[in-house]
Write a new protein. Structure first.
Length: 128
């Protein structure tokens, strides 16, 4: 039986549905999707740049709560309601990640929860 641990932190938005912020199974952490919600107010930040930054900050907070960091990210999934914002994701991502970068997918979607412009989820591989 795998060692399963539910990850939860007040430093990222509380789950607004039937899911956990992340689940750690042994050395792998599965991060749920994060949108640009401010964890203190649970309100969406304004604008695409602010939302991208907030998403990375939320992912970082959950990664830290799982005893990891964004440097442990091996897979990142990006969902955008407008793929013209992908260049902005790349630009801002460079401030949160270091080489070697994680594997990544970017997907254009019709809509996201709470009217978000961007959502991201990912997988961490943490070495003890």
């Amino acid at each position: 039986m795998a060692n399963k641990q539910i990850i939860q932190t007040p430093d990222a938005p509380a789950a607004i549905g039937t899911y956990s912020q992340a689940v750690r199974v042994d050395h792998t952490v599965y991060l749920s999707g994060q949108i640009g919600l401010d964890p203190d107010t649970m309100q969406m930040v304004e604008g695409i740049e602010a939302q991208i930054h907030r998403v990375f900050q939320n992912l970082r907070a959950v990664s830290t709560a799982a005893d990891g960091s964004l440097d442990d990210m091996v897979k990142l999934n990006v969902y955008l309601t407008d793929l013209t914002h992908f260049a902005k994701v790349n630009e801002i991502m460079a401030g949160y990640f270091h080489q070697p970068y994680p594997a990544r997918a970017a997907v254009g979607v019709a809509a996201l929860p709470r009217g978000a412009l961007v959502e991201m989820d990912g997988v961490l591989a943490i070495q003890d």
